[in-house]
Ligand binder design. Structure first.
Ligand code: NCD
Ligand code: ZN
Ligand code: ZN
Length: 439
């Protein structure tokens, strides 16, 4: 096959570690066919799919069923998350044997009403997952704080879009990240903080990294590019968990990507149909919106504007996700993510995002009408076209494959072995001496 790529740029396909393709259970919103087609149009060649479907992906049977559905329909490669909750701890070995890419744990309530574990349940869950080497991705919002806030706002009659932000102030996420980091440090369980939305979350994340905790983090285009003043313009469609916050959070999130405190950009592609997104009462609007198809154009627009370099973008969209999940090529292995998963893009193409033209079944996003610069023109997965000249390659349906982590097992840990913590609480030698001599 001949391809004239004059004037185009060749990038590694993006790896989006956070998508909800809604199958089985919510296929009126999306399925593996429409979701992975959206990925192909967005220059995304690998996606990690979330377990908040019906039935939730928390048993070996549910996982096997999902693997079948994905393998029949997918245009791009995928990993499947297993659900980690108090009632699925016993299923961890079966889910690992069944090929999960990692686990998802909901610390707070969000779409699908998955119950959040207690801190005790979470500690147990981390203890069981730690020796498997799998990473636990966290919806890091504290359920009990949000429940109280939302009840109070509802009682006061608040229904407007900004009431959603008021119900989930940043402390909700800060408390959750800090607590999760402590449990990770204690157990040695690898963790990943999903959808980082606030400047304040960066402190517990950076502190945990400095202590040597195996913790990674992602932010999303909506947190980098939107702010509280967009609620009026966009309306209820903007409702997402965690909420889009005050615009002052954007610069620290960009800086955290640059410094490596935040490792990557994911989308939290969370499709809902227009009927579910446009309602008078914000608390009844389904949270989330599609993003897998618009991430690369939105971010290439920031490259064009000089906010980051093209190699920054590649590091945050492909290299770091591959490294954090062990998809990175190593000696003797040819890995998904490095085997000709390619986006060929026109960096100069100016166009306007139009919901109606998106591949996603959910034709509604906060990005509708936004002008962007940069367009994926062709997408290849393992060297085969899946999207060519902005058209889906129909014969590529069902050619997407499950990707696997090849990662060294973490060193076994005993409870609280971390010497850096001991350093901090150790009494300085001078004062010890004083005490010993009774001076
Ligand atoms: C997600 C969804 O709809 O599945 N919604 C969202 O607002 N982000 C769930 C989630 O990631 O919390
Ligand atoms: Zn979430
Ligand atoms: Zn999500």
């Amino acid at each position: 096959e001949q391809l004239d790529a004059t004037g185009l740029h060749v990038l590694p396909g993006a790896i989006d570690v956070h998508v909800h393709f809604r199958e089985p259970g919510y296929t009126h919103k999306e399925d593996f066919g429409t979701g992975t087609a959206a990925a192909a149009f967005g220059g995304v060649t690998t996606v990690f799919d979330m377990p908040n479907v019906i039935p939730a992906t928390g048993t070996a049977e549910a996982l096997a069923a999902k693997h079948r559905l994905a393998s029949e329909k997918a245009y791009v490669d995928y990993g499947l998350y297993g659900l980690l909750g108090e009632d699925t701890i016993a299923h961890v070995p079966d889910l690992v044997a069944g090929g999960v890419i990692g686990f998802k744990l909901y610390m707070g309530n969000t779409f699908g009403n998955i119950p959040s574990p207690t801190t005790g349940g979470m500690l147990e869950a981390f203890e069981v997952v730690a020796p498997t080497g799998k990473r636990v991705s966290l919806h890091a919002e504290t359920a009990s704080i949000m429940a109280r806030r939302e009840a109070r706002l509802r009682a006061a009659g608040r229904k407007d879009p900004l009431a959603h932000l008021a119900a989930r102030p940043a402390v909700v996420a800060v408390e959750a990240v800090a607590r999760a980091a402590i449990l990770s440090e204690w157990t040695g369980c690898r963790i990943h903080v999903l959808h980082i939305s606030s400047a304040e979350e960066l402190r517990p994340l950076a502190e945990a990294k400095a202590r040597g905790v195996d913790i990674t983090g992602e932010t999303c285009p909506q947190y980098l590019l939107l702010g509280a003043e967009d609620y009026g313009r966009i309306g209820p469609v903007i409702r997402v968990n965690p909420p889009v916050r005050e615009a002052r959070n954007q610069a620290p999130l960009w800086a955290a990507l640059a410094s490596g405190v935040v490792d990557m950009i994911a989308t939290d592609h969370a499709p809902h149909i227009p009927d579910e997104k446009v309602r008078d009462d914000i608390f009844t609007v389904d949270c989330g919106f599609p993003g897998v198809e618009t991430q690369m154009p939105l971010m290439l627009t920031e490259v064009a504007a000089g906010r980051m370099s093209i190699s920054d973008y590649v590091r945050w969209s492909a290299v770091n996700p591959a490294k954090c999940w062990g998809l990175y090529p190593r000696k003797g292995h040819l890995q998904p993510g490095a085997d000709a998963d390619i986006a060929i893009v026109d960096l100069a193409r100016r166009w306007t995002i139009d919901d109606a033209k998106l591949q996603s079944r959910a034709k509604i996003t906060p990005w509708h009408g936004r002008g962007v610069t940069g367009l994926p023109v062709h997408t290849l997965v393992r060297g085969r076209f899946v999207m060519k000249d902005r058209a889906l390659v129909e014969s590529a349906r069902g050619t997407g494959r499950s990707v696997h982590t090849i990662q060294e097992m973490p060193a076994p840990r005993v409870a609280n072995p971390d010497s850096t913590m001991t350093e901090i609480v150790r009494i300085p030698a001078a004062s010890r001496g004083d005490a010993a001599t009774g001076a």
